[in-house]
Design a protein around this ligand. Structure first.
Ligand code: BG6
Length: 484
């Protein structure tokens, strides 16, 4: 389970005509094809409900690539040859009947089959059963599962049980696309490939950690799903808790799927249940984002709703390393900026020797920016140049590691390229294990139960702001400001 498996010669893509496939999966597979990273024999079979011939599917793929690939990734030869890998079979996954025809289309699976399943939650179980009945779940078949995998612990267990009845855990690849982001993997490199950080990566030296994933977009045509889900379950339960786990985990013994996931799950299990004053819910009202007027959430939804589009939390990891260190998390739609970052705020030095000469100190801050830019920035104190011996003026200056500059010339890849390649090659390191998902849900369910009990309403915030003022008060109470 720790070593990558055999590379599959076939990939079966559920939801092949959907938005994710068009925007992310097909462009990612094209990029892997164009760079020669997948085997020549790899065949990609798409399936979805709509009737379509192979040629029509290829045409749909061409159009998706035309629309979603950056111009500099469009290589005429690769664009021409990529669709040759594609074929298509229509399937109504709600009934078992169509699966035999699907299996026939997939054909011989002795060279290994990887399945990418992104489907509506109610189709999960019938799809898994259909795959089994058609012989598409054998030993050399692995399955990638895209969210949403349930909407609470109980429903996630149901899905996981249904999958586990057919596929063992070593062949289940639960996708959290944040783990495919280059800078997220870089967080591990920063922590465990450098001597500098790990000795001070604890409560004795770190005062608090902030994790922000802010978005400027609104509902993006997903009103029904989003209104059922809300920011806590859409973003915190998965992406943000994974970021927290990678930030807080102990050093794993090895860079492999078992060692890393063992350490992450310990963090997730050590999350302290939130107190009543430790969470804030918000919902956007009219405002302006990037200079453009935008409507409220309820206008976008065309209904009234109490679903949160913003959430801020004050979390704690109850173990020795992190005792007393708050992890502030915030995420939301229609915020001032699109930004994902982890900010590690160190403590002040124990004694300021420059005080008598006017030197004021600020504690070091480490900013790990995941997007839109990718950098690691360490804010350190430096002396301002000058000859006045009476005075030592100190100023915070950034030590910058811009990943896009340091690695200029290497292709910036989207997360799904990494994850699809790992799925095809059978490496589970960047996929989420069942025990992690369940620990995540357990913590999230308790937050939601607390909200239901206290009747915590979503506070309005203007679109284009940084969320409701209560989100700011959450940290200010501790004398902490959000990093902006
Ligand atoms: C998805 C959420 O998982 O992540 C979306 O469902 C969100 O609501 C998206 O917009 C954000 O991903 P990224 O990679 O753009 O930060």
């Amino acid at each position: 389970m720790t070593a990558p498996g055999e590379t599959s010669s076939k990939l079966l893509l559920f939801g092949a005509t959907g938005d994710l496939a068009r925007r992310m999966l097909l462009p990612s597979l094209y990029a892997l094809h164009s760079d020669g990273l997948v085997p020549d024999e790899l065949q990609i079979i798409g399936t979805a409900r709509s009737e379509m011939s192979d040629d029509e599917f290829r045409q749909m793929a061409r159009e998706a690539l035309e629309e979603h690939l950056p111009e500099d990734r469009k290589d005429p030869k690769a664009l021409e040859s990529f669709p040759e890998r594609l074929s298509y079979q229509a399937l109504d996954a709600s009934t078992i009947e169509g699966f035999d025809a699907l299996a026939e289309k997939v054909g011989d699976t002795s060279g290994g089959l990887s399945i990418f399943l992104s489907t509506a939650p109610f189709l999960f179980e019938p799809t898994i059963k259909g795959l089994e009945s058609a012989g598409l779940a054998g030993n050399n078949v692995r399955i990638g599962l895209e969210k949403p995998l349930g909407n609470d612990l109980a429903s996630s267990r149901e899905i996981n049980d249904a999958v586990a009845a057919v596929f063992p855990e070593e062949r289940i690849f639960r996708i959290d696309h944040y783990l495919g982001k280059e800078t997220v993997q870089n967080l591990m490199a920063l922590r465990f490939a450098n001597m500098l950080f790990e000795p001070v990566w604890n409560a004795a030296h770190i005062e608090h950690v902030q994790i922000t994933v802010s978005e400027t977009v609104g509902l993006e045509g997903r009103a029904g799903f989003y209104d059922e889900t809300g920011a806590l379950r859409d973003m915190v339960q998965n992406h943000m808790l994974q970021l927290l786990a990678l930030t807080a985990m102990e050093p794993p013994g090895d860079f492999d799927s078992t060692a890393i996931r063992d350490e992450k799950v310990k963090v997730l299990r050590a999350l302290r249940p939130l107190g009543p004053e430790e969470s804030v819910r918000g919902q956007y009202t009219d405002g302006a984002v990037g200079g453009e007027a935008v409507g409220s959430y309820e206008a976008d939804l065309d209904d009234s709703s109490d679903t949160e589009t913003f959430v801020a939390l004050r979390a704690h990891v109850d173990n020795w390393r992190w005792q007393g260190v708050p992890f502030y998390l915030r995420t939301g739609k229609r915020l001032a900026e699109r930004r994902s970052e982890i900010v590690v705020q160190f403590r002040c030095v124990p004694h300021n020797i420059f005080g008598k000469r006017g030197g004021q100190l600020q504690a070091n801050t480490l900013v790990i920016r995941l997007q839109p830019e990718e950098y690691v920035r360490l804010l350190v104190m430096a002396k301002e140049p000058g000859l006045d011996s009476e005075k030592v003026i100190l100023r915070e200056v950034p030590l910058d590691l811009s990943l896009s500059q340091a690695f200029a010339g290497t292709v910036r890849r989207i997360a799904y390229e990494r994850l699809l390649l790992d799925l095809i090659e059978g490496d589970q390191t960047l996929f989420v294990r069942r025990d992690e998902v369940e620990a995540q849900w357990q913590w999230i369910d308790a937050i939601r139960a607390g909200w239901a009990e206290s009747g915590l309403a979503a506070k309005p915030y203007s679109a284009g702001s940084w969320g409701p003022s209560a989100g700011i008060a959450l940290t200010e109470r501790d004398g902490v400001s959000w990093h902006e």
